[in-house]
Design a protein around this ligand. Structure first.
Ligand SMILES: C[S@@+](CC[C@H](N)C(=O)[O-])C[C@H]1O[C@@H](n2cnc3c(N)ncnc32)[C@H](O)[C@@H]1O
Length: 212
């Protein structure tokens, strides 16, 4: 693919010029645009789904950190019943219920549980804690967020259900240990659409054990 050059405009910081250059030359960005998805991250979920068959018609899915909405779009297209949660407002998606709020706020979690009105089959989390640039702090924040997602998943998942959670490298061992008593299988995944310079890694926890 021919590269699109970006000139550094007067007043535009170098970092945003680099971001723009990368966006314009990213094949997943182009493909998402062509295929009508709101974000390139849809291809991470699509790759994981192709391997593990998570999204099937009628399955109930909680999509945490859902905006702008490509994972919810993808799940809804596969016939899943989706509830999408984000701090940010989301442009509506047909057949997707939206809760706007901070997932870490207990009131938001109560609202999600009320709206779910029953167990779910899959919890997805593409949330990321804001990066501080200090690796140890970012890892601790990612661990705390991941643990909150696992605790929520343990509460709302039906036996046999699954949870896919985005982490940063360094947080995965602790989260995998936390997931083992709750799920029969765990995998660590870096889909092809994850940028090579990104520290993100996904924990997929499969087959929720029945609660004690
Ligand atoms: C990488 S984006 C998700 C992209 C999405 N999976 C998609 O495919 O369109 C991460 C999202 O997580 C949201 N987020 C981060 N922390 C959150 C929190 N505590 N509660 C709710 N949403 C959160 C951000 O607002 C952001 O929209």
């Amino acid at each position: 693919m021919a590269r699109t050059p970006v000139r550094t405009a007067k007043g535009r910081p170098l970092a945003s010029t680099r971001w723009l250059q990368r966006q314009l030359n990213d094949p997943y960005v182009a493909r998402a645009k062509r295929e009508g998805y709101r974000a390139r991250s849809v291809y991470k979920l699509a790759e994981i789904d192709a391997r593990f068959h998570l999204l099937k018609p009628g399955r109930r899915v909680a999509d945490l950190g859902a905006a702008p909405g490509s994972w919810s779009q993808y799940a809804a297209q596969r016939g899943c019943r989706v509830i999408a949660v984000d701090l940010l407002p989301m442009t509506p998606i047909p057949d997707v219920a939206v809760v706007q709020g901070d997932f870490l706020n207990p009131d938001t979690q109560r609202e999600i549980v009320t709206r779910l009105a029953g167990p779910v089959d899959l919890v997805l989390s593409d949330m990321a804690a804001p990066a501080t640039g200090t690796r140890a702090v970012d890892r601790l924040r990612a661990e705390a967020l991941g643990e909150a997602v696992l605790a929520f998943a343990a509460e709302v998942l039906a036996p046999g259900g699954a949870c896919l959670v985005k982490l940063v490298r360094g947080a995965e061992a602790r989260l995998q240990d936390a997931a083992r008593p709750l799920f029969r299988g765990t995998r660590l995944l870096r889909p092809a659409a994850t940028r090579s310079d990104s520290s993100e890694i996904f924990l997929l926890a499969l087959d929720r054990r029945p609660p004690d």
